[in-house]
Design a protein around this ligand. Structure first.
Ligand code: B12
Ligand code: SF4
Length: 529
């Protein structure tokens, strides 16, 4: 059979640029490609990066559906079903609400596809598709194949270095898709050799782990990071806000090349956290957690949600103040959105508060429900306001990174992706998204970590840095030091040591300074491993 897999056009938010839609390929379709037996021909068309043809004649069409792409998915499905070409729909929205998709597809897949897809293809080849395929047995995470990256040849994405180390999350926040009935949200981590194979398949030493929660199994995460350390990678991931409880994991992350953590802080209001069942978040520990991450030379991307029942309009300036005070590098702000199937949807629907059922608005930029303590218009305006203020020149300058090693990455994200996103995306389309991404990456992360550095500078004895400039040059390559300006600089000792290949002591006392201690210039000695 000739199988065509399609990712429909997403609905972009006002504050985003095309970078968002072109950010990374749909992993689901790459996985389906890998699950397809070799006797079939398979191709992927992603409407987010190219114009797709709908008058062709494949033997089977598979569409991946998220809430905001549902209507477009239906349009695409109609093009094919009207001509007798069978269409299968799968993905998060289909799983959460199969009844929405059933009228438009020959078959829907509820849940993960690893067990189902090969069976479904056999049925399709015999012309005997069933209407519903429901995943009933837990997918063996070790059997999830390496995504077929070669199916993307020639497609223009910002990142083609995304992967997941597992599925699910130990928590069940009520607004998250993990709270949906049909989702198997149990946390499962892939065996480490599989993860290593996947990284190698990416063929690049810069990896984005797009897991719900990289520390879903703290023990597993520790083991994995030790392996990552050997691979000399630069990497980024998402973790739950309780990461501050695991300082050893933060140390390992920093030592192994992790540069940023995406964290769902969600709100600075305790009442909101209780109501959405996000009990792992402790507001009183937020500042400390961020400081621990910064001390280790990593950036924080805070994910924030507005519109909880405890929020009135004062939440916007209060959140901005908190973000700026903590010098949070990047923010992704969302309007609370009741994705169909989630606990939140059931609650708000039960309370008669959902007022907008246009699913293209379910992209976290619209208030589709009645907030408790402000109007829908105030919620939407507050959401736009915080984006404007956070990425204003003033906002960018006031959040200047604590650690000099983060400056280039910080500026790259704030300016290239956010502030001038529309312009730079235009350039990306002209010169190739990948080329621009590579240039941005080279600027953001100019040199490899200390491991390479010690090889570059052959040293058998301790290095002495007589000026802060010299020291920060060294540290910037290791990307692990935090210093503030002035004659006396605060050097984050812990961050330096956790780079893995240097120890830092004060030349006068001969002892390691406490984390964040002020040291005079010319008082630093580094000992390469
Ligand atoms: C990476 C990611 C992104 C990337 C997108 C990369 C891309 N091109 O897909 C970026 C950052 C751009 C993004 C943006 C958005 N995202 Co997003 N994203 C994710 C994330 C973290 C991982 C998705 C992923 O790759 N999973 C791995 C694959 C292997 O799993 P899977 O998609 O579930 O696929 C399996 C099955 O579902 C099934 N399957 C999937 N498709 C198909 C198709 C067929 C034919 C078949 C048979 C089976 C099948 O088989 C797969 C293997 O078992 C998820 C959360 C999550 N854990 O899923 C949120 C998530 C999908 N995003 C979500 C949302 C809402 C958005 C945005 C609207 C948010 C915003 N404010 O901008 C936008 C819109 C994007 C869009 N429409 O594509 C929601 C979707 C909710 C819903 N009910 O639809 C999720 C679930 C997070 C959440 N908040 O709860 N996102
Ligand atoms: S911690 Fe994050 S991924 Fe896990 S259930 Fe909550 S919102 Fe979802």
């Amino acid at each position: 059979m000739r199988i065509k897999l399609i990712s429909p056009r997403t609905t972009m938010r006002r504050m985003d640029s095309d970078w968002k839609t072109r950010m990374s390929p749909p992993l689901s379709l790459l996985v389906l490609g890998a699950l397809t037996p070799p006797e079939h021909e398979v191709g992927i068309d992603d409407e987010n990066v190219e114009k797709i043809t709908l008058d062709d004649h494949p033997d089977l069409v598979g569409i991946t559906v998220k809430v905001d792409t549902f209507y477009r998915a239906v349009e695409i499905a109609r093009h094919y079903t009207q001509r007798g070409i069978p269409v299968v729909m799968g993905g998060i929205h289909v799983t959460a609400r199969p009844e929405d998709c059933l009228p438009y597809a020959d078959a829907v897949v509820v849940g993960e596809a690893e067990h189902i897809w090969p069976r479904l293809l056999e049925d399709a080849a015999r012309g005997a598709l069933k209407k519903v395929y429901r995943n009933t047995a837990p997918v063996d995470i070790a059997a999830v194949p390496v995504p077929r990256w070669e199916l993307l040849k020639g497609k223009n994405y910002l990142f083609t270095n995304t992967m997941r180390i597992g599925r699910g999350c130990p928590w069940r926040c009520d607004f998250c898709y993990n709270s949906s009935d049909n989702i198997d949200a149990r946390y499962r981590m892939k065996p480490i050799p599989n993860i290593i194979r996947e990284i190698e398949a990416l063929g690049i030493d810069h990896v984005m782990f797009i897991d719900d929660n990289f520390i879903g199994s703290p023990r597993g995460a520790r083991e994995l990071i030790r392996e990552l350390k050997r691979m000399n990678l630069t990497w980024h991931t998402a973790v739950s806000a309780d990461v501050g409880r695991h300082e050893d994991i933060l140390d390992l992350m920093s030592e192994s090349g992790c540069k940023s953590l995406f964290i769902g802080f969600e709100t600075v209001n305790r009442e909101n956290l209780l109501k959405c069942r996000k009990t792992q978040n402790r507001i009183e520990r937020y500042d400390e957690t961020i400081a621990k991450i910064h001390q280790r030379g990593m950036m924080v991307n805070a994910s924030i949600v507005f519109g909880f029942d405890g929020d009135d309009t004062s939440v916007f300036p209060a959140t901005l103040e908190w973000l700026v005070r903590n010098r949070v590098a990047t923010m992704t702000a969302h309007i609370l959105t009741p994705y169909p199937g989630t606990s939140l949807y059931r609650r708000l629907s039960g309370e008669g508060r959902i007022v907008d059922y246009d699913l293209t608005h379910y992209n976290t930029a619209h208030a589709v429900f009645l907030p408790m303590r402000m109007s829908r218009a105030e919620l939407e305006e507050g959401h736009r306001w915080i984006y404007r203020r956070f990425y204003s020149w003033e906002g960018i300058l006031r959040r200047w990174p604590v650690s000099s090693g983060q400056v280039t990455a910080y500026l790259t994200f704030a300016l290239v992706y956010r502030k001038f996103g529309k312009l730079t995306c235009g350039l990306g389309k002209l010169f190739g998204m990948r080329n621009l991404a590579m240039a941005a990456r080279a600027f953001a992360y100019p040199a490899k970590r200390t491991k390479n550095l010690s090889a570059e500078r052959t040293v058998s004895s301790w290095l002495r840095f007589d000026t802060l400039g010299e020291f920060s040059g060294f540290a910037a390559k290791g990307n692990v030091v935090g210093l503030s300006g002035g004659k006396k600089a605060a050097i984050s000792h812990r961050a330096l040591v956790s780079s893995g290949s240097a120890a830092c002591i004060c030349s006068r006392t001969g002892r390691a300074p406490a984390c964040g201690a002020s040291l005079p210039d010319s008082a630093l000695l580094c000992r390469p491993d």
